[in-house]
Ligand binder design. Structure first.
Ligand SMILES: Nc1ncnc2c1ncn2[C@@H]1O[C@H](COP(=O)(O)OP(=O)(O)OP(=O)(O)O)[C@@H](O)[C@H]1O
Ligand SMILES: [Mg+2]
Length: 321
């Protein structure tokens, strides 16, 4: 079974690409076969974080039908068992892809022979990114301990959840039309919460409300807090959980607290992911914990257990700086 792990964020520049490159090395060193796919179409730079050359065809070439399959794009890295698929940095940006194209890309990615296929996504809430994020009900969201990052992460999970509910109904159905109106119309004084959406769907039918409720139950994003500096970052991370719970009835789980580490920048200049350049660095040591969690807890724990943010607090307490 291939596990697909999409990596997204609300705000740009929070460390998705660095995380993807390093978790790839770390999983490969744990004996897993890993493929990293650069799906930040228009802003591809995974090769830089991996320290690999950028002279091969990528997903952009595949989209423009210059390549027949994604498999033919696989590039070996210097790390045994770690492969990557370049993005489209040799081509102009590939803005919005039609849905059927995305479905085709995702089908091919899921058919690749590997233990993990990790998707480095662009930042923000475009449909491209959200549809790739929804390949898994438990995709990884990278946040940094800043208010803008947390607010944008909240907007991202909200957009992803509503998109998931939208996609749980058939094309051209009344339910889809309702979800679309609900998420696009900015009516004065109306509530945009999950509860309000489910209530509106319930006026169409009880089944519609139940289908939406089921989407909310199965969607459990896992969050990695990156560039942490101190345990005082915990309350900001906790804020994301609180607003997601209050407005969206949605639970999130924290699976990593990665410190801000000057060596991350050095490693990029030296063209080697930090995990391989310095496995003893603070960043690498904390990343290994995330790796172990991904391997040993492939399915999210019940986040309802984390009433008082036990997961994040524990990670921050264990973090080495
Ligand atoms: N833990 C860290 N400590 C120090 N610097 C970091 C850390 N993580 C990432 N960085 C730095 O932050 C910058 C942004 O990282 P990166 O490119 O991975 O972010 P991104 O989320 O992929 O950005 P984009 O949204 O543009 O794709 C880089 O310069 C990287 O070196
Ligand atoms: Mg990136």
């Amino acid at each position: 079974m291939t596990t697909i792990l999409p990596v997204a964020s609300g705000k740009g520049g929070v460390g998705k690409t660095v995380f993807t490159a390093n978790i790839g090395v770390s999983l490969a060193r744990a004996g897993k076969t890993v493929i990293l796919a650069d799906l930040d179409l228009g802003g591809s730079n995974l090769h830089t974080a991996l320290g690999e050359k950028n002279d091969k065809s990528g997903i952009g070439n595949y989209i423009y039908k210059q390549e027949r399959s994604l498999e033919s794009l696989l590039v070996e890295t210097r790390e045994p068992r770690l492969y990557f698929i370049p993005g489209d940095s040799l081509l102009p940006g590939t803005a919005n892809l039609p849905y059927f194209r995305k479905v085709k890309i995702l089908k091919e990615l899921a058919g690749l022979v590997a233990d993990y296929v990790i998707l480095d996504l662009g930042s923000g809430s475009s449909y491209n990114t959200i549809d790739f994020f929804l390949t898994s009900a438990s995709g990884i969201l990278v946040v940094t301990p800043e208010t803008t990052s947390i607010l944008n992460a909240y907007s991202f999970v909200k957009a992803a959840l509503f998109r998931m509910i939208y996609r749980s109904f058939p094309a051209r159905s009344d339910e889809r039309a309702l979800v679309h109106r609900f998420t696009t119309e900015r009516l004065e004084g109306t509530e945009r919460s999950t509860a309000a959406l489910i209530e509106a769907l319930g006026r169409l039918s009880a089944e519609a409300a139940e289908t939406a409720r089921e989407s909310v139950r199965t969607f459990l994003p896992r969050v990695v807090l990156n560039m942490g500096r101190t345990q005082r970052d915990v309350p900001l991370g906790a804020k994301l959980r609180q607003v997601a719970r209050k407005n969206l009835d949605l639970e999130v789980e924290y699976i990593g607290f990665l410190p801000h580490d000057e060596e991350v920048g050095t490693s990029i200049l030296q063209r080697r992911p930090l995990l391989s350049l310095n496995p003893d660095s603070a960043f690498a040591r904390n990343l290994v914990q995330v790796t172990n969690r991904l391997i040993h807890e492939p399915i999210p724990r019940s986040p309802k257990l984390f009433e008082a943010d036990e997961d994040l607090t524990e990670l921050a307490e264990q973090a080495s700086f």
